[in-house]
Design a protein around this ligand. Sequence first.
Ligand code: NAP
Length: 294
Amino acid sequence: MDRRRFLVTSARLGSVLTAGSLLTATTALAQSASSSPKDAAMPEAQRSAGRKARVFITGSADGLGRAAARTLLSQGHEVMVHVRSQARVSAVTELLDQGATAAIGDLAYVAQIRDLARQVNALGRMDAVIHNAGVMSGPPLLVVNVVAPYLLTALIQRPQRLIYLSSSMHRGGRASLSGMDWTGRTSTGSYSDSKLFVTTLATAVARLWPDVYSNSVDPGWVPTRMGGPDAPDDLRLGHVTQEWLATSDDPEALSSGGYRYHQRRQEPDPAINDTGFQDQLLAELARATGTKLA
Ligand SMILES: NC(=O)c1ccc[n+]([C@@H]2O[C@H](COP(=O)([O-])OP(=O)(O)OC[C@H]3O[C@@H](n4cnc5c(N)ncnc54)[C@H](OP(=O)(O)O)[C@@H]3O)[C@@H](O)[C@H]2O)c1
C-alpha cells in the first residue's frame, strides 16, 4: 500500500473506531463507577483504586502489550491500542469488541511515529502511556526501541504516567552514543544498548518532568513471541507491573524514576542515573529527530 493511501485509510479507520469505542468506553465507565465484588477479591497489584484511567499502549497486537490491554479493559479502563498496519487490526478485534480504540503506525518510520502521536492527541489527553513495542534485532531496532518512545513522549500531550519497557539485558548495553544510526538504515546498536537507552530516557523524563510519574519495567523473560516458548518467567507477572504503574493509586505506584521488576524497585546499570549521560542521550535524540523534549 502506498503511503498516501495508508494515511487516508488509517485516518478513516481511526475515526470510525474512535467514535464507536468511545461510546462503549463511556458506558463501561458509568457501569464501573463503584468497585465490584470481583475487584475487591483482587490483590492490590491487579486492582486500581476505583478510578478509571485512559491508557495508550504501543505494540498491543501481540505479547505483553496485548495482555496488558486485555487486563485493563476487563477492569473497566479506557484503552487505546496500537498496531503497525491496517492488516494487523485483525490481531486486536477482541480488544476492539471490548471497547478499545485503535491507532495505527509502523514505529520503524519516523513519519508514521509522528502520525501516531497525532492520532493519540486527537482522542484527548491520556492518563498513562505504556511504551511497550519492541524488537530484538534488525536495522529498525534503534528506531522502534528508542526513537519511537522518545518522539511519542515529546509529541503526545503529556500524560500523568509514563511506563517504558526495559529488560535485564540493559545491563549488557554500552553507555556510548557514538556511531549509532538512529535512522534505521543500518544495524548499529544492540538490543541491550537499546534497552539501556530507553531506560535512561525514562529516568531523564522523571528528572525533567516532576509533575509526571515516569518509570521503566523489566518484565522478566516471559513466553511471548519475543521471549520464546521456553522462557522461564511468569507471563502474568510480565505485564502486571505496567498495569499497576498505569492505573493504581497505591503510593508505591505513584513514584517516579524507578526501574522495576515484578513491581519491586531494583538498581539499574549506574549509567541510567548519570545525569550527564541522560543529557547526552536527549541531545543526540533531539539532533537526530529535530524534535526537542520540551
Ligand atoms: N518477552 C520477554 O521475555 C521480554 C523480556 C524483556 C523485555 N521485553 C520487552 O517487552 C516489550 C514487549 O515484548 P513482547 O515480549 O510482548 O514482544 P512481542 O510478543 O514480540 O510483541 C511486540 C509487539 O510490538 C509490536 N511492534 C514491533 N515492531 C513494531 C513496529 N515497527 N511498529 C509497530 N509495532 C511494532 C509488535 O507488533 P507485530 O505483532 O505486528 O509485530 C507486537 O505487538 C518489548 O519492549 C520487549 O523488548 C520482553
